[in-house]
Design a protein around this ligand. Structure first.
Ligand SMILES: Nc1ncnc2c1ncn2[C@@H]1O[C@H](COP(=O)(O)OP(=O)(O)OP(=O)(O)O)[C@@H](O)[C@H]1O
Ligand SMILES: [Mg+2]
Length: 302
């Protein structure tokens, strides 16, 4: 069924965030009192540069990230099974759609019909966003068959064809928030580490140029201190940010947690936060500093 799939790609929507230039830089510079010249010493800064942020809208995450994900970043959301990766990715798109942004979700781990049937049970999700084309859901296997890529492994040409088709969809629709769920499933078809590296690097670079902030969902088997944050060991080096999601056992209960391991372009908390999947969306609650202070900045970690 293609109702929520590739049939949507022909639609062109206005993009409220990005201007018409595809080469729009994703960095911006805000001067704070540029006229301030310092008589006290040469080491005092005269200006502060701040990356524009993609405000995720996920409760607690923007506080952890000191305002949101730096605009145009490619973020790996690496998590164990059932840790809430898909829900987090979908809410990221819903919050963007509520702000009028065009969003896309490429699903490789479950059919789009099943995905939507599951996610629509959450009160934060509104099927009208799909029907109106604000959230565009694509089945990866439909994309593969369109591209003639119904094969067990991809070579360099196949990888380039895949990048081109994703970038074309993003460009045509004017997508500013993208989720690929999961990049692990996709990368299983790319047999060499070097090719996976090239795929992620080139895709991330092109999406950044288009001003698209991307969450690549990655499946990992363990989220403990010594775990790899990716399945192939290369995704974590290429990604601009890594968000780890996993379980922590407490008295026979599996509590979900989320931790931002890295996020280029911003300071952020690296503390573990408990996650609740509520009808209104994902809620993050500081685990370590909860109750330590009523001050918001310390609540969300150093
Ligand atoms: N309506 C709901 N409200 C709260 N929690 C839910 C609801 N539906 C499912 N869940 C919980 O969410 C979990 C699935 O979340 P999600 O699909 O986001 O995880 P995931 O990390 O993507 O999983 P997978 O590894 O299977 O891809 C379920 O295992 C269940 O515990
Ligand atoms: Mg999932």
């Amino acid at each position: 069924m293609l109702r929520h799939g590739l049939l949507k790609t022909h639609q062109l929507r206005a993009n409220p965030v990005r201007d018409s230039s595809p080469e729009q830089p994703v960095l911006s510079k805000h001067f704070i009192n540029p006229g301030l010249f310092l008589p006290h010493g040469p080491m005092q800064p005269t200006s502060v540069y701040t990356r524009d942020r993609c405000v995720t809208g996920i409760h607690g995450l923007d506080e952890i990230l000191r305002g949101g994900i730096p605009y145009g970043s490619t973020v790996l959301a690496a998590g164990t099974c059932g840790s809430g990766k898909t829900t987090l990715g979908m809410e990221f798109l819903v919050r963007g759609a509520l702000a009028g942004e065009a969003c896309a979700h490429f699903t490789a781990t479950e059919p789009s019909v099943k995905l939507l049937e599951n996610i629509r049970q959450y009160a934060f999700f509104d099927m009208n966003m799909v029907d109106s084309g604000l959230i565009n859901v694509f089945d990866m296997d439909v994309l593969y068959s369109w591209l003639g890529l119904e094969k067990a492994s991809f070579d360099l040409d196949d990888v380039h064809a895949l990048i081109k088709s994703i970038v074309d969809i993003v460009n045509t629709i004017g997508v500013t928030r993208l989720v690929i769920d999961s990049v692990t499933t996709l990368c299983y078809k790319i047999k060499s580490e070097q090719l996976i590296r090239d795929f992620l690097f080139t895709l991330g670079k092109k999406l950044a140029t288009l001003g698209c902030t991307t969450i690549l969902i990655s499946e990992i088997t363990s989220a403990t201190e010594n775990a790899h944050w990716s399945s192939f060991g290369v995704e974590e080096a290429i990604a601009d940010g890594i968000i780890v999601m996993g379980d922590s056992e407490r008295m026979g209960h599996l509590l979900r947690f989320l931790q931002v391991v890295k996020m280029r372009g911003t300071s952020h908390s690296r503390a573990k936060h408990a996650i609740e999947l509520t009808p209104l969306g994902v809620m993050l609650i500081p685990m370590l500093k909860w109750g330590a202070s009523s001050d918001n900045s310390s609540r969300w970690g150093a």
